[in-house]
Design a protein around this ligand. Structure first.
Ligand code: ATP
Length: 235
């Protein structure tokens, strides 16, 4: 579904990604783990067109997308949930969800999908008329995920969904990530610093260090890999 081939991405003269190749098949949850500043967010930004790679290729469903603009990338089926959530704080929960569907014209489908989001996250239903900025961090993360899903993506890019949230909320959000993958049939590319959680929900993983992929394997194998245990799982 998604194929990154030897991409190199820069911020001015600083090279953030060095020869990155990643493949994701339809239906998978694939995680990218690594330390702070390794280049995980930049990898997602390269896919969503916000920081396009300088060289290399990115294909989505067989079509090259590395020169495609971010709005067009959303319209072909890739939505990103950015790090730090970034919902619209002055818009209500309902209005935030409507914004996620701004490219869609099927009003009935939009209503149905809003109800589906309220089924996934019942607390959002209770808060439907409240401004997004008044929600707790966990609720804002739920809203950010729901808003991205309102675009009906085939591929969901999730950047650090656990960041700054209490363990109980994180567990709830990761359960929903698994559900979105199995029930909603959405392929997921998950960037996480919490490697333990990410590898438990993912099918496969990539490890990134200093802008390079250093290891890739099934999530189960990575969980039992001695290097990964030492560096990322604190075991
Ligand atoms: P984190 O978990 O802290 O977000 P990360 O693995 O997602 O880390 P990136 O945010 O992709 O890492 O950063 C990769 C490298 O690019 C880092 O060296 C970072 O300092 C640099 N970088 C990121 N954003 C910019 C920017 N806007 N301008 C210049 N350098 C940047």
């Amino acid at each position: 579904m998604l194929k990154l081939s030897n991409i190199q991405t820069f911020y001015g003269n600083i090279q953030a990604l060095k020869d990155i190749s990643i493949e994701i098949s339809e239906g998978e949850i694939v995680t990218l783990i690594g330390a702070n500043g390794a280049g995980k967010t930049t990898t997602l930004m390269s896919v969503s067109g916000i920081v396009p790679p300088r060289t290399g290729e990115i294909e989505f469903m067989g079509q090259p997308i590395h020169h495609v603009t971010p709005d067009k990338i959303v319209s072909i089926g890739i939505s990103q949930v950015p790090e730090g959530r970034r919902i619209f704080p002055y818009l209500t929960v309902m209005e935030n969800l409507d914004m996620g569907a701004f490219l869609r014209k099927d009003k009935d489908g939009i209503r149905q999908d809003i109800e589906y989001m309220f089924g996934l996250f019942p607390i959002l239903s209770e808060r439907r008329n409240q401004p997004g900025g008044t929600l707790s961090g966990g609720e804002q993360q739920m809203l950010a995920i729901s808003r991205a899903l309102m675009a009906k993506p085939r591929l969901l890019l999730l950047d650090e969904p656990s960041l700054g949230l209490a363990p109980i909320i994180v567990r709830q959000i990761f359960d929903i990530i698994a559900k979105i993958n199995t029930e909603h049939k959405t392929t997921i590319f998950l960037v996480e610093q919490n490697a333990n959680l990410a590898l438990k929900v993912a099918h496969r993983g990539y490890v990134m260090e200093n802008g390079r992929i250093t290891l890739t394997d099934s999530a189960d194998n990575l969980l039992s890999n001695e290097e990964v245990k030492k560096a990322y799982l604190g075991i």
